[in-house]
Design a protein around this ligand. Sequence first.
Ligand code: MD3
Ligand code: FE
Length: 212
Amino acid sequence: MSDLFAGLAQRTPLGAQACVLHGFALPVAEELLAAIKAIAAAAPFRHLVTPGGHVMQVAMTNCGTFGWCSDRRGYRYERCDPASGQPWPPLPEAFLQLAREAAAEAGFAGYVPDACLVNRYAPGARLSLHQDRDEDDRVAPIVSVSLGLPATFLFGGHVRGDRTVRVPLAHGDVVVWGGVDRMRFHGVLPVPPGRDPRTGGARLNLTFRKVR
Ligand code: MD3
Ligand code: FE
């Protein structure tokens, strides 16, 4: 990714330490999609069960040292895919580079994630309001990359009942949340129906995290 493009990316602030970098991933989008295909071939997308016994609408897989898992026993990070017993696929170099450059652009220099959760939303799928609290590091940013169908992101406060703002996210948008904004409640409204040959008609989201 060129520094020139990074400097030109349109930015929308969401909080003191959170912002949308519009189109920041567009130059590498096809490379990311090819890498997601390879990851899903080794560690297939699956619908996890929550501790409460609900099947998640979003299909998930992981790459990196740690992968996010959920079952009746709880939420946690695991070094191996419970479906295969094998380590999660490694973080592709293109993922690491994009995450590092987006974090730096948002004011977080030296970002090295150790986990990437890959979310796949079919039309109609939603992610209800939650906090990401399974990581040891509660200050390092989370970097999120949206691909495929557009969606509306809900950005809340530090208490579940706080008002939320709606943020439209399109193919290639990158969002960075760290510091004081890291523990905000957030979610995704049901993805509207649409066609997107690039992703087989889905919304894909990469979320980079620093777990340890
Ligand atoms: C905002 N994923 O996987 S981006 C998740 O689009 C998740 O798939 C959504 O929420 C998605 O947990 C939203 C990721 C995200 C992660 C952490 C945040 C957004 C955040 C922390 C604070 C505020
Ligand atoms: Fe989240």
